[in-house]
Write a protein that binds this ligand. Structure first.
Ligand code: FAD
Length: 591
């Protein structure tokens, strides 16, 4: 049976030592009382370990029940949701004007990771609700906000995002769902959406739908899509629930993973809805809030990576097979633990480098989301926003594909037992795979990076990342004990600079070249990002090699060394493959 222990010390390291969030206390709104951090971590850990985690395998095995348009969540999920709401987690990072606690994202991010580690399916309910909350908060009228936000913030209602249609996935310009104006200022929505996560379930009384649809006079393509809000039950003027709206769940999908999360076909048959934001600008509205949603999906991958790592390590320390090549470690036992084998250590360190480095990346991003919204200085706000824009596709794609890889490695560490349901690892692999696909496939993230983010403001966004990296290398280049970190980082950074130039120049002449190089480029970018994260981690750890927590910092240093010398050198091959050009990406004429 798998286990889960929230990595509290590592959250503290990332937040207090790596990000030094104490520097924002008193000068950025919301960061006034950082003493709440430790209780939040403890309470979040308790909830995830004791309430959500025990339901994870139950939900996977039992799945969902669909009957006459109604969906029943697996045993225990409804009650877990009630506890989640009663503990106040739903309102954590929401606007105080509508009943939220207005706490920074960066303090909420550890909880999101813990939820995703302990029960990814459950995590989709609050995750989607927050996405719908953000869209309404950013673009809704005051009346719309007053109608929906307080109930979504309190957790009484949940929210869903309804974009995909059978013929319109990545290409949302192909959407055909219609919105026809009613006389009272509302609209009648007609069409079918597919793959709608949590579109229907029994944990709450009402579900708020953010729907993309076309007005009668809409231009073709992405410039003719508008955003609407509707709810399963109409809302009376006094806030009470009224009639049932014409929204029905037609069926739920049977799928590879996240078995406890309903993936719904939603039929709108003249459903009463209201326009959110300007006509025909719906896609723009969706994309404005997409950065946060993509970060959230990245954290899903991170959460799975963490739990896969924890269980692989625990198993490897106990499993006795073969002897260490340098001589028996446990001569009185029939064999040594498999951690004696270099290849098993390679696998475990790859997992650890991902989970601990990825955690810093996720929190670093969350902090910048906060700075972009809250910092009093406009320049800091703008620069933080540029940082988030640049690194969002990298974070989403790296954390999700890394999560799947880490779960797959976990399976390998467990050998045949990894393939057996009872041990949990195969569920992590199945659950994680979708994170690489939804919220914009990882291929689309790579296109976003090379096609939109690199050229934006003539390359200005790149500086938000290149500057801190080159400054760090410069500051530490003459520090002898840092040479083993700064040298490989410098080499990888040079590869990234060369690749950026190549993509920019070749892409200008032939956009297919940039598109063909995009996934390798994103991977290269992610490797350098993690290289920087681990080099800075090493700097902190080097100064703390003595004292009570010596073992913690020694582990950090060992993982940093592993990353720099065993994973970061992949930048050489990524540079080679991406610069080999699109000419090698041709199917045969007979295909
Ligand atoms: C479990 C689950 C939950 C989901 N939840 C939601 C939800 O809550 N709300 C919602 O609206 N949707 C949801 N989706 C839909 C999801 O976001 C889409 O599946 C996803 O956007 C991909 O669309 P598609 O499946 O049509 O694939 P396609 O768009 O057909 O893509 C197929 C392949 O082609 C590639 N491709 C497509 N276009 C391009 C291009 N221009 N350049 C390069 N490569 C390209 C893709 O990267 C992919 O590899 C969910 C899906 C699943 C399976």
């Amino acid at each position: 049976m798998p286990t889960y222990t929230a990595p509290i010390r590592d959250f503290q390291f990332a937040l207090k030592e790596w990000l030094e969030i104490g520097q924002y206390q008193g000068n950025v709104p919301g960061f006034d009382d950082l003493d709440i951090l430790d209780p939040i971590l403890d309470e979040g850990a308790r909830f995830c370990q004791e309430v959500l985690f025990p339901l994870n395998q139950v939900g996977d095995a039992e799945g969902l029940k669909y009957e006459n348009g109604n969906v029943t969540l697996p045993t225990g999920f409804k009650d877990a949701y009630r506890q989640y709401v009663e503990s106040g987690w739903a309102s954590f990072a929401c606007d105080a004007e509508f009943g939220g606690q207005n706490l920074p994202n960066v303090l909420n991010t550890p909880l999101i990771e813990m939820i995703c580690s302990s029960n990814l399916s459950f995590g989709l309910i609050p995750g989607l609700t927050h996405g719908a909350y953000s869209a309404l908060h950013l673009f809704g009228t005051q009346e719309q906000k007053q109608t929906y936000l307080p109930k979504m913030i309190s957790g009484e209602w949940t929210g869903v995002m309804c974009l995909t249609e059978p013929q319109a996935g990545t290409d949302l310009g192909l959407i055909t769902t219609k919105a026809v104006p009613n006389r009272d200022g509302s609209y009648a929505i007609t069409g079918t959406k597919i793959f709608i996560s949590c579109g229907e379930h029994d944990a709450v009384d009402n579900i708020v739908h953010l729907i993309l649809a076309r007005l009668p006079d809409a231009p073709k393509g992405v410039k003719g899509i508008s955003l609407f809000v509707a709810s399963k039950y109409l809302v009376n003027t006094d806030g009470s629930l009224g009639e049932r709206n014409a929204i029905q769940c037609g069926s739920i999908e049977h799928k590879m993973g996240i078995h406890a999360s309903p993936t719904c076909v939603m039929n709108y048959e003249g459903a009463k809805a209201w326009l959110v934001g300007e006509p025909h600008k719906g896609l723009r509205a969706m994309f404005t809030m997409m950065n946060e949603a993509r970060l959230l999906v990245g954290i899903q991958g991170l959460g799975i990576g963490e739990i896969a790592y924890q269980n692989a390590l625990a198993y490897a320390k106990e499993r006795l097979q073969g002897r260490a090549l340098r001589g028996a470690l446990l001569p009185n036992k029939p064999a040594d633990p498999i951690t004696a084998h270099p290849d098993v250590r390679r696998m475990l360190l790859t997992q650890r480098a991902f989970a601990e480095g990825g955690r810093i990346l996720a929190l670093w991003m969350a902090l910048h989301v906060d700075l972009a919204h809250r910092h009093p200085d406009e320049t800091v706000r703008r620069e933080a926003d540029e940082f988030v824009q640049l690194l969002t596709p990298v974070t989403k794609a790296y954390l999700t594909s890394g999560g799947t890889e880490t779960a797959s490695i976990g399976m390998q560490v467990l050998g045949g037992y990894g393939f057996i349901r009872e041990y949990g690892m195969e569920q992590y692999l199945r659950d994680c795979r979708i994170t690489e696909i939804y919220e914009g496939t990882n291929g689309v993230q790579a296109l976003d990076l090379v096609g939109r983010k690199l050229p934006m403001h003539t390359g200005r966004l790149l500086r938000r990342f290149f500057h801190p990296v080159s400054q760090f290398i410069e500051e530490n280049r003459d520090v002898p004990e840092m040479a083993e970190f700064t040298k490989p980082l410098y080499q990888a950074f040079r590869s990234l600079q060369q690749a950026s130039l190549w993509v920019a120049q070749k892409g200008l002449a032939n956009p297919d070249e940039a598109a063909g190089a995009s996934v390798d480029y994103l991977n290269l970018f992610a490797h350098v990002t993690l290289g920087y994260i681990w080099a800075r981690t090493a700097k902190i750890a080097l100064a703390k090699q003595e004292g009570d927590e010596k073992a913690f910092y020694q582990r950090k240093l060992a993982t940093a060394r592993f990353y720099m010398h065993k994973l970061l050198p992949r930048h050489y091959s990524l540079l080679a493959t991406l610069t080999s050009g699109v000419k090698h990406l041709e199917l045969a004429e007979t295909d």
